[in-house]
Design a protein around this ligand. Structure first.
Ligand code: SF4
Length: 376
Protein backbone atom coordinates (compact mmCIF):
# COMPACT_ATOMS: atom_id res chain seq x y z
CA UNK A 1 0.00 0.00 0.00
CA UNK A 2 1.29 3.46 -0.87
CA UNK A 3 0.75 6.49 1.35
CA UNK A 4 1.40 9.38 -0.96
CA UNK A 5 1.93 12.28 1.43
CA UNK A 6 3.14 13.02 4.95
CA UNK A 7 2.25 16.13 6.92
CA UNK A 8 3.89 17.16 10.20
CA UNK A 9 2.34 19.86 12.34
CA UNK A 10 4.82 22.04 14.27
CA UNK A 11 2.55 23.69 16.76
CA UNK A 12 4.54 26.60 18.20
CA UNK A 13 4.93 30.19 17.08
CA UNK A 14 7.17 33.03 18.23
CA UNK A 15 4.01 35.17 18.60
CA UNK A 16 0.32 34.69 17.99
CA UNK A 17 -1.46 36.46 15.12
CA UNK A 18 -4.96 37.81 15.87
CA UNK A 19 -6.64 36.22 12.84
CA UNK A 20 -5.22 32.74 13.24
CA UNK A 21 -7.27 29.66 14.06
CA UNK A 22 -4.61 26.98 13.58
CA UNK A 23 -3.63 24.64 16.39
CA UNK A 24 -0.72 26.67 17.77
CA UNK A 25 0.81 27.91 21.02
CA UNK A 26 3.35 30.49 21.99
CA UNK A 27 6.87 29.02 21.77
CA UNK A 28 8.28 27.81 25.05
CA UNK A 29 11.40 25.67 24.96
CA UNK A 30 10.31 23.00 27.43
CA UNK A 31 6.83 22.69 25.98
CA UNK A 32 8.23 22.61 22.44
CA UNK A 33 10.65 19.81 23.38
CA UNK A 34 7.92 17.72 24.95
CA UNK A 35 5.87 18.19 21.80
CA UNK A 36 8.74 16.94 19.62
CA UNK A 37 9.06 13.86 21.83
CA UNK A 38 5.35 13.25 21.30
CA UNK A 39 5.75 13.68 17.54
CA UNK A 40 8.66 11.24 17.52
CA UNK A 41 6.65 8.73 19.54
CA UNK A 42 3.72 9.03 17.15
CA UNK A 43 6.01 8.51 14.16
CA UNK A 44 7.51 5.39 15.76
CA UNK A 45 4.16 3.77 16.53
CA UNK A 46 2.71 4.40 13.06
CA UNK A 47 3.01 1.35 10.81
CA UNK A 48 5.84 1.79 8.32
CA UNK A 49 4.59 2.53 4.81
CA UNK A 50 5.90 4.16 1.66
CA UNK A 51 5.35 7.89 1.23
CA UNK A 52 5.99 10.37 -1.55
CA UNK A 53 6.11 13.99 -0.34
CA UNK A 54 6.68 15.56 3.08
CA UNK A 55 5.27 18.87 4.26
CA UNK A 56 6.14 20.65 7.52
CA UNK A 57 3.42 23.13 8.46
CA UNK A 58 2.30 24.87 11.55
CA UNK A 59 2.44 26.80 13.65
CA UNK A 60 5.90 27.96 12.73
CA UNK A 61 8.25 25.07 11.98
CA UNK A 62 11.30 27.36 12.02
CA UNK A 63 10.53 28.37 15.61
CA UNK A 64 12.42 25.10 16.18
CA UNK A 65 16.15 24.69 15.58
CA UNK A 66 17.29 23.10 12.33
CA UNK A 67 18.71 20.08 14.16
CA UNK A 68 15.28 19.09 15.51
CA UNK A 69 13.58 19.67 12.16
CA UNK A 70 16.21 17.69 10.27
CA UNK A 71 16.29 14.92 12.88
CA UNK A 72 12.57 14.27 12.55
CA UNK A 73 12.83 14.35 8.76
CA UNK A 74 15.64 11.79 8.79
CA UNK A 75 13.46 9.44 10.82
CA UNK A 76 10.47 10.00 8.54
CA UNK A 77 12.61 9.16 5.53
CA UNK A 78 13.82 5.94 7.10
CA UNK A 79 10.45 4.85 8.35
CA UNK A 80 8.37 5.82 5.33
CA UNK A 81 10.86 5.23 2.53
CA UNK A 82 10.72 8.81 1.28
CA UNK A 83 12.86 8.99 -1.84
CA UNK A 84 15.87 11.31 -2.06
CA UNK A 85 14.28 13.28 -4.90
CA UNK A 86 10.88 13.66 -3.19
CA UNK A 87 9.44 17.13 -2.64
CA UNK A 88 10.07 18.08 1.00
CA UNK A 89 8.54 21.42 1.96
CA UNK A 90 8.81 23.54 5.06
CA UNK A 91 6.79 26.62 5.97
CA UNK A 92 8.91 29.39 7.42
CA UNK A 93 8.23 32.65 9.17
CA UNK A 94 10.43 35.35 7.58
CA UNK A 95 11.27 36.93 10.93
CA UNK A 96 15.01 37.63 10.61
CA UNK A 97 15.86 35.86 13.87
CA UNK A 98 14.37 32.62 12.57
CA UNK A 99 15.94 32.30 9.13
CA UNK A 100 19.61 31.64 9.85
CA UNK A 101 19.50 27.84 9.63
CA UNK A 102 18.63 27.35 5.98
CA UNK A 103 21.97 25.71 5.07
CA UNK A 104 21.29 22.96 7.59
CA UNK A 105 17.70 22.54 6.37
CA UNK A 106 18.81 22.22 2.76
CA UNK A 107 21.60 19.81 3.67
CA UNK A 108 19.12 17.85 5.78
CA UNK A 109 16.87 17.19 2.79
CA UNK A 110 14.33 20.04 2.59
CA UNK A 111 14.03 21.28 -0.98
CA UNK A 112 11.01 23.58 -1.00
CA UNK A 113 10.58 26.62 1.21
CA UNK A 114 7.24 28.32 1.78
CA UNK A 115 7.50 31.80 3.25
CA UNK A 116 4.53 33.11 5.25
CA UNK A 117 4.87 36.75 4.21
CA UNK A 118 1.12 37.62 3.93
CA UNK A 119 1.93 41.19 2.86
CA UNK A 120 4.92 43.36 2.05
CA UNK A 121 3.25 46.54 3.27
CA UNK A 122 4.27 47.80 6.71
CA UNK A 123 0.77 48.99 7.67
CA UNK A 124 -0.89 45.70 6.70
CA UNK A 125 1.74 43.63 8.50
CA UNK A 126 1.06 45.68 11.63
CA UNK A 127 -2.69 45.12 11.33
CA UNK A 128 -2.07 41.38 10.89
CA UNK A 129 0.08 41.34 14.00
CA UNK A 130 3.11 40.15 12.04
CA UNK A 131 6.57 41.18 13.20
CA UNK A 132 8.56 40.89 9.99
CA UNK A 133 9.16 43.59 7.39
CA UNK A 134 9.26 43.53 3.59
CA UNK A 135 13.03 43.60 3.86
CA UNK A 136 12.92 40.49 6.07
CA UNK A 137 10.99 38.69 3.32
CA UNK A 138 13.60 39.72 0.74
CA UNK A 139 16.37 38.61 3.10
CA UNK A 140 14.62 35.27 3.62
CA UNK A 141 14.58 34.69 -0.15
CA UNK A 142 18.28 35.67 -0.36
CA UNK A 143 19.15 33.26 2.47
CA UNK A 144 17.09 30.52 0.83
CA UNK A 145 18.93 31.00 -2.49
CA UNK A 146 22.31 31.11 -0.77
CA UNK A 147 21.47 27.81 0.93
CA UNK A 148 20.56 26.25 -2.43
CA UNK A 149 16.76 26.34 -2.38
CA UNK A 150 15.54 26.55 -5.97
CA UNK A 151 11.84 26.12 -5.18
CA UNK A 152 10.45 28.96 -3.08
CA UNK A 153 6.85 29.96 -2.39
CA UNK A 154 5.52 33.16 -0.86
CA UNK A 155 2.09 33.25 0.82
CA UNK A 156 0.15 36.49 0.46
CA UNK A 157 -3.19 37.53 1.90
CA UNK A 158 -5.87 39.77 0.40
CA UNK A 159 -8.85 41.37 2.10
CA UNK A 160 -6.68 42.64 4.95
CA UNK A 161 -8.32 45.58 6.78
CA UNK A 162 -6.99 48.80 5.31
CA UNK A 163 -5.68 47.09 2.17
CA UNK A 164 -6.38 48.91 -1.10
CA UNK A 165 -6.02 47.75 -4.68
CA UNK A 166 -2.88 49.91 -4.86
CA UNK A 167 -1.30 48.43 -1.72
CA UNK A 168 -2.17 44.89 -2.83
CA UNK A 169 -0.59 45.57 -6.19
CA UNK A 170 2.56 46.82 -4.47
CA UNK A 171 2.80 43.56 -2.47
CA UNK A 172 2.34 41.51 -5.63
CA UNK A 173 4.96 43.58 -7.48
CA UNK A 174 7.39 43.24 -4.60
CA UNK A 175 6.97 39.45 -4.56
CA UNK A 176 7.38 39.25 -8.33
CA UNK A 177 10.60 41.23 -8.00
CA UNK A 178 11.92 38.57 -5.63
CA UNK A 179 11.84 36.05 -8.48
CA UNK A 180 10.19 33.21 -6.56
CA UNK A 181 8.79 30.11 -8.27
CA UNK A 182 5.41 29.96 -6.56
CA UNK A 183 2.89 32.35 -5.01
CA UNK A 184 -0.18 31.46 -2.93
CA UNK A 185 -2.85 34.11 -2.41
CA UNK A 186 -5.51 33.59 0.24
CA UNK A 187 -8.49 35.74 1.09
CA UNK A 188 -8.60 36.63 4.77
CA UNK A 189 -11.15 34.45 6.52
CA UNK A 190 -12.58 35.41 9.87
CA UNK A 191 -12.48 32.46 12.23
CA UNK A 192 -14.81 32.25 15.18
CA UNK A 193 -13.28 32.93 18.56
CA UNK A 194 -10.29 34.90 17.25
CA UNK A 195 -9.56 38.57 18.10
CA UNK A 196 -10.36 39.33 14.45
CA UNK A 197 -13.88 37.89 14.87
CA UNK A 198 -14.45 40.23 17.80
CA UNK A 199 -13.06 43.14 15.80
CA UNK A 200 -15.34 42.35 12.89
CA UNK A 201 -18.35 42.17 15.23
CA UNK A 202 -17.48 45.66 16.55
CA UNK A 203 -16.52 47.23 13.25
CA UNK A 204 -17.73 45.28 10.22
CA UNK A 205 -16.94 48.15 7.84
CA UNK A 206 -13.21 47.65 8.50
CA UNK A 207 -13.35 44.36 6.59
CA UNK A 208 -13.49 43.76 2.86
CA UNK A 209 -16.84 42.61 1.49
CA UNK A 210 -17.26 40.09 -1.31
CA UNK A 211 -16.93 42.68 -4.07
CA UNK A 212 -13.69 44.09 -2.73
CA UNK A 213 -12.28 40.59 -2.25
CA UNK A 214 -13.22 39.67 -5.81
CA UNK A 215 -11.54 42.83 -7.11
CA UNK A 216 -8.32 42.00 -5.24
CA UNK A 217 -8.39 38.36 -6.34
CA UNK A 218 -8.89 39.42 -9.97
CA UNK A 219 -5.91 41.75 -9.68
CA UNK A 220 -3.73 38.90 -8.38
CA UNK A 221 -4.80 36.64 -11.24
CA UNK A 222 -4.09 39.34 -13.83
CA UNK A 223 -0.67 40.24 -12.50
CA UNK A 224 0.62 36.78 -11.74
CA UNK A 225 -0.52 35.18 -14.98
CA UNK A 226 0.89 38.14 -16.96
CA UNK A 227 4.21 37.46 -15.21
CA UNK A 228 4.23 33.87 -16.49
CA UNK A 229 2.71 32.03 -13.54
CA UNK A 230 0.20 29.24 -14.15
CA UNK A 231 -2.97 29.71 -12.13
CA UNK A 232 -3.17 26.00 -11.44
CA UNK A 233 -5.41 26.05 -8.38
CA UNK A 234 -7.83 28.61 -6.98
CA UNK A 235 -5.28 30.04 -4.55
CA UNK A 236 -2.06 28.91 -6.16
CA UNK A 237 0.20 30.15 -8.93
CA UNK A 238 3.40 28.48 -10.12
CA UNK A 239 6.07 28.95 -12.71
CA UNK A 240 6.00 25.98 -15.12
CA UNK A 241 7.41 22.92 -13.39
CA UNK A 242 6.97 24.28 -9.86
CA UNK A 243 3.46 23.23 -8.84
CA UNK A 244 3.33 21.98 -5.27
CA UNK A 245 3.27 18.18 -5.47
CA UNK A 246 2.18 17.76 -1.88
CA UNK A 247 -0.91 19.91 -2.25
CA UNK A 248 -1.66 18.46 -5.69
CA UNK A 249 -2.09 15.14 -3.89
CA UNK A 250 -4.82 16.67 -1.69
CA UNK A 251 -6.65 18.00 -4.72
CA UNK A 252 -6.48 14.57 -6.36
CA UNK A 253 -8.22 13.26 -3.22
CA UNK A 254 -5.06 11.27 -2.59
CA UNK A 255 -4.21 9.67 0.71
CA UNK A 256 -2.17 11.42 3.37
CA UNK A 257 -0.95 10.84 6.85
CA UNK A 258 -0.72 13.70 9.35
CA UNK A 259 1.36 13.77 12.52
CA UNK A 260 0.88 16.16 15.40
CA UNK A 261 -1.86 17.95 17.28
CA UNK A 262 -4.91 18.68 15.14
CA UNK A 263 -3.36 16.93 12.11
CA UNK A 264 -5.64 15.18 9.61
CA UNK A 265 -5.16 11.91 7.75
CA UNK A 266 -7.05 10.33 4.89
CA UNK A 267 -6.55 6.61 4.46
CA UNK A 268 -8.73 3.90 2.92
CA UNK A 269 -11.62 6.33 2.50
CA UNK A 270 -11.55 7.36 6.17
CA UNK A 271 -10.72 10.94 7.11
CA UNK A 272 -9.52 11.31 10.68
CA UNK A 273 -8.43 14.34 12.65
CA UNK A 274 -6.33 14.33 15.80
CA UNK A 275 -7.53 16.16 18.87
CA UNK A 276 -6.64 19.86 19.04
CA UNK A 277 -6.00 19.52 22.76
CA UNK A 278 -2.21 19.50 22.98
CA UNK A 279 -1.99 17.90 26.44
CA UNK A 280 -4.33 15.13 25.33
CA UNK A 281 -2.35 14.59 22.12
CA UNK A 282 1.00 14.45 23.92
CA UNK A 283 -0.24 12.12 26.66
CA UNK A 284 -1.61 9.63 24.12
CA UNK A 285 1.40 9.83 21.80
CA UNK A 286 3.94 9.45 24.62
CA UNK A 287 2.02 6.51 26.09
CA UNK A 288 2.00 4.82 22.67
CA UNK A 289 -1.79 4.93 22.54
CA UNK A 290 -4.11 5.83 19.67
CA UNK A 291 -4.44 9.61 19.35
CA UNK A 292 -7.96 10.77 20.30
CA UNK A 293 -9.90 12.59 17.61
CA UNK A 294 -12.72 12.34 15.10
CA UNK A 295 -13.04 10.18 12.06
CA UNK A 296 -15.47 9.98 9.20
CA UNK A 297 -15.87 7.14 6.75
CA UNK A 298 -16.41 8.80 3.39
CA UNK A 299 -18.48 6.60 1.16
CA UNK A 300 -20.92 7.02 -1.72
CA UNK A 301 -21.90 10.61 -2.47
CA UNK A 302 -19.86 11.97 0.44
CA UNK A 303 -16.73 10.50 -1.15
CA UNK A 304 -17.43 11.45 -4.75
CA UNK A 305 -18.73 14.91 -3.75
CA UNK A 306 -15.51 15.56 -1.87
CA UNK A 307 -13.46 14.33 -4.84
CA UNK A 308 -15.33 16.65 -7.24
CA UNK A 309 -14.97 19.58 -4.86
CA UNK A 310 -11.21 19.09 -4.56
CA UNK A 311 -10.64 18.53 -8.28
CA UNK A 312 -12.69 21.58 -9.25
CA UNK A 313 -10.19 23.71 -7.37
CA UNK A 314 -7.59 22.88 -10.01
CA UNK A 315 -7.26 24.23 -13.52
CA UNK A 316 -7.69 20.69 -14.93
CA UNK A 317 -10.94 20.12 -13.06
CA UNK A 318 -12.51 16.66 -12.83
CA UNK A 319 -11.14 14.19 -15.36
CA UNK A 320 -14.16 12.03 -16.18
CA UNK A 321 -12.16 8.92 -17.16
CA UNK A 322 -10.04 8.90 -14.00
CA UNK A 323 -13.13 9.58 -11.93
CA UNK A 324 -15.03 6.65 -13.45
CA UNK A 325 -12.09 4.33 -12.92
CA UNK A 326 -11.57 5.32 -9.32
CA UNK A 327 -15.13 5.71 -8.04
CA UNK A 328 -17.19 3.74 -10.56
CA UNK A 329 -19.28 6.86 -11.19
CA UNK A 330 -19.92 8.75 -14.41
CA UNK A 331 -19.52 12.35 -13.32
CA UNK A 332 -21.60 13.71 -16.23
CA UNK A 333 -24.69 11.62 -15.51
CA UNK A 334 -24.39 11.44 -11.72
CA UNK A 335 -24.19 15.22 -11.39
CA UNK A 336 -26.09 16.15 -14.55
CA UNK A 337 -28.55 18.66 -12.98
CA UNK A 338 -25.82 20.49 -11.03
CA UNK A 339 -23.49 20.63 -14.03
CA UNK A 340 -26.31 21.87 -16.25
CA UNK A 341 -27.34 24.59 -13.78
CA UNK A 342 -23.85 25.99 -13.24
CA UNK A 343 -22.82 25.60 -16.88
CA UNK A 344 -25.89 27.63 -17.87
CA UNK A 345 -24.81 30.27 -15.37
CA UNK A 346 -21.35 30.39 -16.98
CA UNK A 347 -19.59 29.07 -13.88
CA UNK A 348 -18.73 25.56 -15.08
CA UNK A 349 -17.63 24.17 -18.41
CA UNK A 350 -18.03 20.53 -19.36
CA UNK A 351 -16.67 18.86 -22.48
CA UNK A 352 -16.43 15.15 -23.27
CA UNK A 353 -13.38 14.68 -21.03
CA UNK A 354 -13.72 16.91 -17.99
CA UNK A 355 -15.68 19.38 -15.87
CA UNK A 356 -13.94 22.61 -14.86
CA UNK A 357 -14.68 25.93 -13.26
CA UNK A 358 -14.71 28.82 -15.70
CA UNK A 359 -12.67 31.93 -14.98
CA UNK A 360 -15.82 33.44 -13.47
CA UNK A 361 -16.59 30.26 -11.54
CA UNK A 362 -13.35 30.57 -9.62
CA UNK A 363 -14.73 33.63 -7.86
CA UNK A 364 -17.64 31.64 -6.42
CA UNK A 365 -15.92 28.29 -6.14
CA UNK A 366 -17.24 27.60 -2.64
CA UNK A 367 -20.84 27.89 -3.81
CA UNK A 368 -20.31 25.70 -6.87
CA UNK A 369 -18.34 23.05 -4.96
CA UNK A 370 -20.89 23.14 -2.16
CA UNK A 371 -23.60 22.06 -4.59
CA UNK A 372 -21.69 18.86 -5.41
CA UNK A 373 -21.02 18.16 -1.77
CA UNK A 374 -24.68 18.66 -0.88
CA UNK A 375 -25.93 16.05 -3.37
CA UNK A 376 -27.09 13.00 -1.46
S1 SF4 B 1 -0.64 32.83 11.39
FE1 SF4 B 1 1.12 31.47 11.43
S2 SF4 B 1 2.64 32.60 12.69
FE2 SF4 B 1 0.64 33.53 13.10
S3 SF4 B 1 -0.13 32.45 14.91
FE3 SF4 B 1 -0.96 31.40 13.11
S4 SF4 B 1 0.42 29.73 12.69
FE4 SF4 B 1 1.48 31.18 14.04
Amino acid sequence: MVIPALYVHWAFCPYICPYCDFAKWLYDERAAERYVRALQAEIERTPALTASTVFYGGGTPNAYGSAQLVGVLARLRERFGVRDDAEVSIEVNPDRDLTSGFDALRAGGFNRLSIGAQSLEAGELRVLGRRHTAEDVAETVRRARAAGFTNVNVDLMFGVPGQTAASWERSLDAVLALGVEHVSTYGLTIEEGTPYARWQAREPAAFAGDDREAELYALAIRKLTAAGFEHYEISNFARPGFRCEHNANYWRNGEYLGFGVGAASYLDGVRSTHTRDRAEYEAAALAGEAIPGDSEDLAGDARTGEAVMLALRTSEGVDAGTFRERYGVDVFTHYAPIIAEYAAAGLLVADERSVRLTARGRFVANDVCGAFLART
